[in-house]
Design a protein around this ligand. Structure first.
Ligand SMILES: [Fe+2]
Length: 187
């Protein structure tokens, strides 16, 4: 396991290049802890539990970086509100992290992608359902109770809500988000 992943997964430590205010850092730790709880609930081995926790701790590590910097790292095609995700994945890759599925989980966590594996799907769920999020907390608690076993059902609720919000604002959808949604509702 790469030392950056090990430190994030075991000690909730962010790499030195992280640009992440304290409240955001706390959000990342809560997402990581929720992923860790679900990994245990799914009987995953200890190394996977650490890896899942690391994905949560790290997923927003660059979210407070300037947009120009994020777009320079991530390249074209990413809207401002989500560009922190591919930038973080690319920065981890530049550090030598070769765990492709963990990098893809981080890269696509705000938008979804049809090729995401279980970690990618549970990261989307944990980001939305972590207990520190304000607003609709009763509803979030009810959805959390269905996890980790009812992930397909809850994912449809969470992703559907996110897409509906964009549609209501007449905002564009990324094609990977549409393909992800189609996969979820066809399964
Ligand atoms: Fe997040």
């Amino acid at each position: 396991m790469h030392p950056v992943i090990e430190r994030a997964g075991m000690a909730a430590e962010l790499p030195s290049w992280a640009q992440c205010r304290p409240r955001r850092r706390e959000h990342g730790v809560r997402v990581g802890d929720l992923l860790s709880t679900w990994a245990t609930g799914l009987d995953l081995p200890e190394c996977e539990r650490i890896r899942w926790r690391a994905a949560g701790v790290l997923h927003d590590a660059l979210k407070d970086a300037p947009l120009t910097e994020l777009h320079a790292i991530a390249g074209q095609g990413w809207p401002d509100p989500v560009v922190h995700a591919p930038a973080c994945a690319d920065r981890l890759g530049a550090d030598g992290v070769e765990d492709r599925l963990l990098l893809e989980a981080i890269r696509y966590h705000p938008v979804g992608h049809p090729d995401l594996d279980a970690l990618g799907e549970y990261l989307i769920l944990a980001d939305f359902l972590e207990p520190g999020r304000s607003g609709g907390s009763g509803n979030r608690a009810r959805l959390r109770e269905l996890l980790p076993d009812g992930s397909a059902e809850v994912l449809t609720v969470v992703v559907g809500r996110r897409l509906r919000r964009l549609l209501d604002k007449n905002r564009p959808l990324m094609s990977c988000s549409v393909d992800f949604w189609n996969r979820l509702v066809r399964e």
